[in-house]
Ligand binder design. Sequence first.
Ligand code: ADP
Length: 497
Amino acid sequence: FSTAAVIEEPITPPVQINCTQLLINGQFVDSASGKTFPTLDPRTGEVIAHVAEGDAEDINRAVSAARKAFDEGPWPRMTAYDRARILLRFADLVEKHSDELAALETWNNGKPYEQAAKSELPLFIRLFHYYAGWADKIHGLTVPADGPYHVQTLHEPIGVAGQIIPWNFPLVMFAWKVGPALACGNTIVLKTAEQTPLTALYVAKLFHEAGLPPGVLNIVSGFGPTAGAALASHMDVDKLAFTGSTDTGKIVLELAARSNLKPVTLELGGKSPFIVCEDADVDKAAELAHFALFFNQGQCCCAGSRTFVHERVYDEFLEKAKARAMRRVVGDPFKKGVEQGPQIDSEQFEKVLSYIKYGIESNAKLECGGGRLGSKGFYIQPTVFSNVQDDMLIAKDEIFGPVQSILKFKDLDEVIKRANATRYGLAAGVFTKNINTANTMSRALRAGTVWINCFDVFDAAIPFGGYKMSGIGREKGIYSLHNYLQVKAVITPLKNP
Ligand code: ADP
């Protein structure tokens, strides 16, 4: 196997861990139970810190702090411009601490340091600049109703937002959720993923240094069925935003409905097609398809995990896709030039390996990879399957790992039908030089994002979300603001009665 060797002795991360408690009402505190849980280094599986473990009691404490900050505190009452200035000061502080934050993200998550430092931290900062820009541009309308009335709409913050985020992009997911909620004047209780609690606590500390009033942003580390479920079902939470698996999305939607019917936005799983048309430049298509699947160890909800290739270019594409996967540099994510680090934890590692086994058993052709890499941590060989058929499990389920499935197609109508024949609808990629093909495909594909000749472009201004069982609602862009606002109609007679 020709990928770079996994380094057996992990590089020491250039960062200290300072924040491991819960953040409630502007204070770092232990959990009510006093319990902690270990957070691990995916490179070795070893413990890097013990973190306070929040459960229902801590969620109660955090929600009452957020409630008080919303009902009585300065945050929703200060001018929008003042709120924007705090968001901007926060973005500046994050920029100043970018190197440590990128190192902490890599240490806790296993993603390449260069990716965290050069792409995710800048995106995080950009997101807060973008939302700071919105804060003082959120306003209602005057409405020309029939009758002698002055009618206006007020766009008010919705209240206390509960937010549950996953482990694959801990900082970026924090920004997608926290940015719009704060720009609109809400207060927040955020539950991080149990695998990756560290960076959210670090940035939350910076937020308070930037002048965020206590109680506006509360962070509870802990597990899904305890802390997460308590947040989703809390009677005093006015809105829930969730990113994670489709199965858990169904659970939190039900908890929200059974409790106080809080509105819920969901960003869930995917099985996104990446379609290589017959006119494609095969070298470029193979490179982009590789990126679409393998980026972030394959741990992306929008990963291009069904690579459909036109029969005329199939053989050539396959050779190139395989060669590229075999050249992929896997190793210690702190090492320069490394493209792929370990999977997040043993559960995901085992899950990915079992899908590789399903692939082999279902007679897909294993072109390269297929097993673990090294003897420590959760590294997996970049794996490519060809001859994948639509009804195979590896073509239907979200694998969430470095496993590319290549399928052959004959014509556009056929590939549109097959690409859409999934319970998911998060994203799609199309590679073509033909503008008509691009236009046809972008309209026919049932997905919240269609990338034409590009993939994983995630600017703050671009909305993101899913059709079908990939979710409800949109995050980022102007659309995300609607998730965090109530619209109030105010009607006044033009003349006193
Ligand atoms: P994954 O399987 O990738 O870990 P999950 O959907 O289980 O994805 O996790 C995403 C987030 O949802 C995490 O913060 C997790 O703790 C949380 N979560 C998991 N189960 C529940 C639940 N029953 N109620 C609320 N949140 C949950």
